[in-house]
Design a binder for this molecule. Sequence first.
Ligand SMILES: Nc1ncnc2c1ncn2[C@@H]1O[C@H](COP(=O)(O)OP(=O)(O)OP(=O)(O)O)[C@@H](O)[C@H]1O
Length: 256
Amino acid sequence: MVPAISVKNLTFYYGTFKAIENISIDIYEGQVTAMIGPSGCGKSTFIKALNRISELEGKVNVEGKVEFFGQNLYDPKVNINNLRRQIGMVFQKPNPFPMSIYDNVAYGIRIFQKNLKIELDEIVESALKGAALWDEVKDKLNTSALGLSGGQQQRLCIARALAVKPKVLLMDEPCSALDPIATMKIEELIETLRHDLTIAIVTHNMQQASRVSTYTAFFSTDESRIGRLIEFGPTSQIFMAATHPRTQDYIQGRFG
Ligand SMILES: Nc1ncnc2c1ncn2[C@@H]1O[C@H](COP(=O)(O)OP(=O)(O)OP(=O)(O)O)[C@@H](O)[C@H]1O
């Protein structure tokens, strides 16, 4: 299997605080990889290091390597905007821009690809279809995105990410602000998207991880508060036959 993202000995600091240490993992192309573990073990930190979005939060330091199809993401020559186009992200709380549904989806395309007037409509439609939202919004594309329900807003954010044709989609607890039905729709969407994309998803919900992912990484921390990767493998193995006792305890609800 080909790694879309290969992480080697990643250690990540916020200022001088070491949040995660020595993480090595391959995010395989065309797979859904779930990141699970107790609160504060560094799941979000890890996923945000994969498209360098954490740098927007302040001074961070990174040791080790993150390779995207062999290219070192932390090479000073990397074009960060181009990188974030290829490695898109959706967050815990849907964050549509205060503009129309259409303009939200077209936003990235207008930045990255100029002179696309004719094709823009097609790309917006295709992205909204890809995010399973088209039927619900096709008659109100020019109304504010803020008028959509939470679940619709989250699918709009997925459409916005899809519109610029990313190779990887990072999802940081994408359902934590959604009700069960909206959650189910996102899970169904992940199942569809995985045929075209590589997905890495942070989730607190064990059942969600077991339903949507093909690989699972279990992170944990100890009194040092430094997050570490405890175990990684096919989801069925992690859930049915984890080798590390801490993984077994967490999966079986004995801590965290
Ligand atoms: N911007 C930041 N500045 C400083 N410290 C941070 C920042 N973001 C996270 N941390 C710290 O890094 C550690 C890991 O946090 P992170 O949010 O990655 O964990 P998590 O496993 O995603 O937690 P949760 O499941 O609660 O969302 C925590 O100790 C947290 O306080």
